[in-house]
Design a protein around this ligand. Structure first.
Ligand code: AMP
Ligand code: ZN
Length: 466
């Protein structure tokens, strides 16, 4: 079966294809850099990372653009409160976002683009909308007249029967079900950062930013546009209204939306005290690979219930996979090949592929992995897993990890590299042989301090990171 995704636009699972048969033109809404990103944001960004990796596995080239929203109501409010220039304020959180993304091993999109560096293009787009009769001026700001775009509501599938023509909002976010004319260019209020232009000093609305940057770098029609579910309306609906009013072409062929992350069954919010950034969790001692594994563990279109029990369970599961890998790398095995076991590995990989092709069903794919690992471990214990099975099993894990990317040990700050650890382990083995127990103990303690555990096994000295 072909690769397929649930398209919010059609509300159907559809076979995936690209316009040119090769490169995926993909736009994803990036962070609003007014605070550290929280683990809900990171759920959506991790879904996009898996999407990238799976598209590539399926032979596509990627042209992925992500925006950095660096001008918007909340940003301006916070920057002004702190008496900072916009860029001075946002650069801190932009850098922090990139650091967090690196910790979670999120691949960088081909392009990261800042809204504030595309103001002339946005003004140009607004003028095109004006020329097409889609705008009006009110109290110095420019609004998009949604009544002028008959397809308004096609993505969110909302019934706009009761819509009041001319009702408008000039904030960037507003209530669901509340269709209103939205702001394209916002007149400057006292002291706010502003840009000069044909409509006087002001700044762009949030929605025009994404339409303009997506089309500038990816062309008039994208293959995939993705974001969190909350962006469906009004943000993505408004992007469609703007882009299609300018080009008269379909703006994006597939719309993919990730469901929200909840914490212990509740919506994450500061007032409930269940609001976590990646930094909060790392400070509590959780490892980024465990967090990444949890974020990838459920299907992106189901709500992800984040719990600390879940994190602990995920850490144990990850340990199980790593131990299996270590056995494969170090166990002495009998000669020969067990064909049934090799066939088992191939069948498990086919099940993995089938699940991922099915709208990126990561939960199903992980199910196939764990079933295989359980069977292979049983075979290892029984001595039925032999030399001729080693390469296939290692290849299985390598393919799995090219997508999930959780098996590589986390590099710790001030920690030792794999090569440094191996050198110390070898030195310790030699010291023991020479009955230099002082040095041997010294090395054991040093490694323990650096979070490395040694295990004496039949096959010799093994090590792993804590
Ligand atoms: P923002 O920085 O608010 O623009 O959001 C960045 C991304 O995170 C968007 O795609 C949002 O839809 C997404 N997002 C926000 N809250 C959550 C949540 N609780 N769970 C999953 N994704 C979220
Ligand atoms: Zn956007």
């Amino acid at each position: 079966m072909a690769l397929r995704f649930f398209n919010t636009l059609s509300q159907q699972v559809e076979d995936f294809s690209t316009q040119d048969g090769k490169t995926v033109r993909m736009y994803t809404c990036g962070p609003t850099v007014y605070h550290y990103v929280h683990i809900g944001n990171l759920r959506t960004f991790t879904f996009q990372d898996l999407l990238r990796r799976w598209l590539r596995y399926r032979g596509y080239a990627l042209n992925h653009v992500m925006n950095i929203t660096d001008v918007e109501d909340k940003i301006i409010r916070s920057a002004m409160q702190q008496g900072k220039e916009l860029r001075e304020y946002t650069s801190v959180y932009e850098t922090a976002f990139l650091e967090d993304a690196d910790k979670l091993r999120l691949e960088r999109p081909e392009r990261l683009v800042r809204a504030t560096e595309h103001i002339p293009e946005m003004l140009d787009a607004i003028q095109k909308l004006e020329a097409g009769g889609y705008t009006y001026l009110s109290e110095g700001s420019v609004y998009y007249r949604i009544a002028q775009f008959p397809k308004y509501g096609k993505l969110a599938r909302l019934d706009f029967g009761g819509m009041k023509s001319g009702a408008r909002v000039d904030v960037d976010e507003y209530d669901k079900d509340d269709a209103r004319d939205f702001v394209l260019w916002k007149q400057r209020k006292d002291g706010e950062p502003a840009w000069e232009g044909p409509y006087g000093a002001g700044r762009p609305g949030w929605h025009i930013e994404c339409s303009v940057m997506a089309m500038k770098y990816l062309g008039e029609t994208l293959d995939i546009h993705a974001g969190g579910i909350d962006l469906t309306f009004p943000h993505h609906e408004n992007e469609i209204a703007q882009s299609e009013a300018i080009t008269h072409k379909q703006f994006s062929r597939y719309w993919l939306h990730a469901e929200h992350l909840m914490v212990e069954g509740q919506k994450m919010s500061k007032s409930l005290g269940n609001f976590y950034t990646l930094r909060d969790l790392l400070e509590q001692g959780w490892q980024p690979d465990t967090i990444r594994f949890l974020l990838t563990s459920s299907h992106y279109r189901t709500k992800l219930n984040f719990t600390f029990d879940g994190l602990r369970a995920q850490s144990t599961s990850l340990e199980r996979l790593r131990n299996f890998k270590l056995r494969l790398e170090t166990d002495k095995l009998a000669a020969g090949a067990n064909e049934a076991l090799n066939a088992r590995a191939e069948a498990a990989w086919s099940a993995f592929e089938a699940a991922m092709d099915d709208d990126l069903n990561t939960a199903g794919a992980l199910g196939a992995v764990f079933e295989y690992v359980r069977d292979a471990n049983t075979a290892l214990d029984a001595g039925e897993f032999v030399e001729g099975n080693r390469a296939g099993a290692l290849e299985f894990l390598a393919k799995f990890d090219s997508i999930f990317d959780v098996l590589r040990p986390v590099e710790r700050e001030g920690g030792l590299s794999d090569a440094e650890i191996q050198a110390l382990v070898d030195e310790r083995v030699a010291a023991k042989k020479a009955k230099n127990f002082g040095r041997s103990d010294e090395i054991r303690n040093l490694l323990a301090e650096k979070g490395v555990i040694l295990e004496d096994t039949r096959e010799g000295m093994r090590w792993k990171r804590k």
